[in-house]
Structures are given as C-alpha cells and as structure tokens.
Design a protein around this ligand. Structure first.
Ligand code: HSE
Length: 329
C-alpha cells in the first residue's frame, strides 16, 4: 500500500509523519506533498530523508491520501484523487456534512468508515476529543442535552497560530504592541471567545461544528448541543468543560468505571492529589484525559466533566491514521 500526505509541511502534516512512524499500518511507500514553495524540502522519516513534492493538480499514485492542507485544497483536488483510485482521509471540513461521506472517530463509529465512497472525513478537533469521552456515556446512559465550553490551543490554527503566540508573547513582554493576524485579537495574556466565523444564530461556526458533528458521529440527530468555543494562549491541546443531561441517571463512580475501560480515554480524576486533565499532561498523549467527573448541579442524575486532548493528535493526525489502521485491520 502507498500512502501520501498532502500538507506535509504543516503542523498536522508533521504530526501525521510522527504518528505514521509508530503506526501498525503496513505501507511500502510514503509520498509527501505541499505547496510549490516547499517542494524539494527533505523531511526525515524512519531514518530516511523523503523529498516534498508540489501537490499535483490531478491524480496521485497512492492508495490512501491523508489530506491536511486545508478545505479549499481538498475541495478542489480530492475528486481527482478519488477518481484516480485513492481513498482520501480528509482533515478539513470540506466534505464532513455531505451525505455519503462518513465522519469517523474509530473508537466510536469505526464501522461507518466501511461505507465510504472514496472520502472519509476526519472530524473537527474539538468534536473528536469530546466524543471519545461522551460516546461511552451516551451508549449506556443516553445523553439528552450537552453543554460544552472549550479552551482551545493556538495549534488549532496550525503552525502559524503557534508562531503568533510565541512571537506576540515576546513582543508584549518587551512592552511592544502585538498586531493580530491569525487570531481576531492579540492572543498572549488573553482569551478570545471567537473561533471561525459568526453565524446568523450568534454562534460561531466552530461552535456549530461541535453540534453538527457530534450528532453525525453518534448517529443521533435528537441530541441537543450548545457550545461556547474560546481560544486561549496555550500551544497545543484543547480542553473542554462538558455538562451532560442523561436519560438514565449516572453516578460519578459509575461514569469513572465506564470511562476507565473506554478506548482512547485516560481517566485522570483525583482532585485531592491535584490530578485532573490539563494541556501540560495531555500534550503528546494519544488518549484523551477525562476528569473532574461530578454529579451535575444543573441536571438531576447528569454529569459534569473536564477533558483535555491533544488537538494535533486525537484532534487531527492520530485520528486520521487510526481510520486507515481500522480499515486495514
Ligand atoms: N477549528 C479548530 C481550531 C481546529 O481552530 O481549534 C481543529 O479542527
């Protein structure tokens, strides 16, 4: 099997290569593609140096294409890649809401990937991280309503987002003015309740993605979901506070026990020992940390929890590779 990464020089592309190095996926060749200005660049992979090529307009001679170059590139080029016989696992939102395009988190709805017609969508990072924790609870207790507040790292805006945090922090510490280019406002020493475009209903697109995508992944259009998505000055790993109203009551102990055996979850929940999910401990980890599990004061029999998941891993590169692994197994 031949694998290609489109967007190999970006933050997600970089993580895709690291995840592929450790993956159980069997492939004979890895091709790297990026914009023409990165063509010729050499990137290390399994002790070799692979040369980045300019992304072609037409078909790519690969069986699986991991696309992480952004929605406009996927929209324009993926049809030709599929026509050329490749399976495209796309990290953008270009096809996520299309009927017939599975939206997959392998631990939750891996079997949905089997019905693909050439494209499988990787979910929005915030959604992927949340559903790993929420899906087991939904299966056992039936989630009726879900309220999510996010604390999203600058990595969500890619390499340039992380660079803006570091550069602006340096400027501000030296008393200089920082001009925002990636984010709506300077990000150091700030929190910004604005990720992606505002919609007519007052929510941002990022917030609506959590609602649209959670329903599609869990296969439950009756779920009521509200989200406030906020950018914070961390480098990587998105954190989320989640409130759940349940059809059947769950105690925190029952939820902890269920989540301890759930794939992709690490229960980190011992407040007395100062153990709870945090970007500092979740960054670089494959599992999503889940903690602060407690009985909701809002919904009788409901739960409150806090999760932290590496946005570049479970929220992007890792999930994409796990989809390919699921299909090969
Ligand atoms: N839209 C996300 C963010 C990126 O800006 O954090 C992951 O899908």
């Amino acid at each position: 099997m031949k694998v290609a990464i489109v967007g190999a020089t970006g933050a997600v592309g970089h993580e895709l290569m690291k995840v592929l190095e450790k993956s159980t996926l069997e492939f004979s060749e890895l091709q790297l593609y990026a914009s023409p200005r990165s063509a010729g660049l050499k990137l290390p992979f399994k002790g070799q140096e692979l040369t980045v090529q300019a992304t072609p307009e037409g078909a790519i001679d690969a069986d699986v294409i991991l696309a992480s170059a952004g929605g406009s590139i996927s929209k324009a080029l993926a049809p030709a890649w599929v026509a050329g016989g490749a399976l495209v696992i796309d990290n953008s939102s270009a096809f996520r809401y299309d009927e017939g395009v599975p939206l997959v988190v392998p631990e939750v709805n891996g079997e949905a990937a089997l019905a693909h017609k050439g494209i499988i969508a990787n979910p929005n990072c915030t959604t992927a991280i949340a559903v790993v924790a929420v899906a087991p609870l939904h299966r056992k207790y039936g989630v009726k309503r879900m309220i999510v507040s996010t604390y999203q790292a600058t990595s969500g805006a890619g390499q340039k987002g992380m660079e803006e945090l570091l550069e602006q922090t340096h400027l501000q510490l030296h008393g200089k003015e920082a001009t925002a280019t990636v984010f709506a406002h300077p990000i150091p020493f700030n929190v910004i309740p604005h990720i992606d475009a505002f919609q007519d209903n007052g929510y941002t697109k990022e917030e609506m993605k959590v609602a649209w995508e959670t329903r599609k992944i869990l296969g439950d259009e009756s779920l009521i979901i509200s989200c406030t998505a906020v950018r914070i000055p961390t480098l990587r790993t998105h954190s989320e506070a989640i409130t759940l109203e349940l059809e059947r009551p769950a105690t925190p102990d029952e939820a902890r026990e269920l989540l301890r055996s759930a794939a992709g979850v690490e229960v980190r929940d011992d407040p007395a020992a100062k153990l709870y999910p945090m970007p500092l401990t979740a960054s670089g980890k494959y599992d999503v940390e889940v903690g602060r599990i407690r009985a909701s004061l809002v919904f009788d029999g409901g739960l409150e929890l806090f999760v932290a998941g590496d946005q570049l891993l479970k929220g992007a590169a890792l999930n994409a590779v796990q989809i390919a692994e699921y299909l090969q197994a």
